[in-house]
Design a protein around this ligand. Structure first.
Ligand code: PMP
Ligand code: GLN
Length: 384
């Protein structure tokens, strides 16, 4: 029973994308872009196929991609990573998460701490590992954890603390104080920090991403995960990676080799090329998403929602209470018919224990063309 609702039903993304397809609604539910990323990256994948890069790549990933990942960590964050021993290419961030969790936790005596609401895969993967999920709630409107709650959640049974920054579904970015407390607790209880930073290049309003691994004392106990899907708008390529100390990479590789073995041969050199593109490409990607966030947020407010101001990621959370919502899932199911727009209830990212805290909150994806966001905003005005 893997879903947050304790069932084996399809994920909330599958449910809501099917609803959008059935009703012709604008799909602001599932977070995938409706435009492809940089043309040179796409071209590089086509070139790789033509050049015969179509068989199994090396188990740790193609050397050029591992080197590009190490260069990227140095260039953007000043982190020194050994491309040979401290990098692993995976089938998306999802496989990096899966292999890491399965490699590093053992069963019911182990605990994994996650912040709630959480990307749905975390709870499912922890369930597959047999460990106990311990959650720390994040609350509207700033979605920062309460440090006392965090201290209560972490103990000697804690094997992993899973961080997601910038955060899906809330769009929040953790404060330096929160990051420092996570490192302090992980150190005190000898836990590994697993940090999902797939939105690392999508920060707004002049913010710069601060990786967990750059915090003092963190690198030696941190598995940093990212993915080309979000940065280059290639979610279907499923090229992700992790960087970590060599012993942790070896442990994760031992699991990964029996999950997918390897993946995405011709996409790996293309992503390597992407990671080496100029700074203006990366700032352009963030600026583009910031414009979309603003467009979406204005539309939501005009329709009568109270909308949070996302600090990063693909997503904006809106409170539908001013529109009379009391059950976010019901509200989202009816929104397709009422307004021709699909969104995701935050309750889908919460445990039964805390679901009521998110009862009127809805996640909208901003990673869509501006004309699509404008049309969604126009449709949503019927709610007023
Ligand atoms: N983590 C988070 C927070 C995400 O939002 C996503 C994408 N939906 C993933 C992981 C999965 O990334 P990938 O598609 O690279 O497996
Ligand atoms: N990460 C995307 C989201 O949060 C899509 C995830 C998925 O479909 N599994 O919407």
């Amino acid at each position: 029973l893997l879903g947050t609702d304790g069932t084996t039903s399809p994920t909330i993304f599958a449910e809501m994308s099917a609803l959008a397809a059935r009703t012709g609604a604008v799909n602001l539910g599932q977070g995938f872009p409706d435009e492809d990323g940089p043309a040179v990256v796409l071209e590089a994948a086509r070139d790789a196929i033509s050049a015969g890069v179509n068989q199994y790549p090396p188990g740790r990933g193609e050397a050029s991609l591992r080197e590009a990942i190490a260069e990227h960590q140095q260039r953007f964050y000043g982190l020194t990573v050994d491309a040979e021993r401290e990098v692993l290419v995976t089938a998306g961030a999802t496989e990096a998460l899966a292999a890491t969790i399965l490699a590093l936790v053992d069963g019911p005596d182990d605990e994994v701490v996650v912040f709630e609401p959480f990307y749905d895969a975390y709870a499912a993967l922890v369930a597959l590992s047999g460990a106990r999920l311990v959650t720390v709630p994040l609350h509207w409107p700033d979605f920062q954890p309460d440090l006392d709650r965090l201290r209560e959640a972490v103990g000697d049974r804690t094997r992993l603390i899973i961080v997601n920054d910038p955060h899906n579904p809330t769009g929040t970015v953790f404060t330096a104080e929160v990051r420092a407390e996570i490192v302090r607790l992980a150190d005190r209880h000898d836990a590994v920090i697993v940090t999902d930073e797939v939105y690392e290049h999508l920060l707004f309003d002049g913010r710069r991403h601060v990786p967990m691994a750059s915090m003092p004392g963190a690198a030696e106990r941190t598995v940093s995960i990212s993915s080309a899907g979000k940065t280059f708008s290639t979610t279907g390529w499923k090229i992700g990676w992790l960087t970590a100390p060599a012993a942790l990479v070896d442990a994760v590789l031992a699991v990964k080799q029996f999950l997918t073995y390897v993946n995405g041969a011709p996409f790996q050199p293309a992503v390597a090329l992407g990671l080496r593109l100029g700074d203006e490409v990366f700032t352009g990607i963030a600026a583009d998403m910031q414009r979309k966030r603003d467009l979406l947020r204005r539309g939501l407010e005009a329709a009568g929602f109270r909308a949070a101001r996302a600090a990063g990621s693909y997503f904006t959370v809106a409170d539908a209470a001013p529109l009379g919502a009391t059950d976010a899932h019901e509200f989202c199911r009816s929104l397709a018919d009422r307004a021709g727009v699909v969104a995701i209830p935050l309750t889908a990212f919460a445990t039964a224990e805390h679901r009521a805290d998110y009862a009127t909150l809805v996640r909208f994806a901003a990673c869509k063309r501006e004309d699509v966001l404008t049309e969604a905003a126009r449709r949503l005005t019927v709610l007023r």
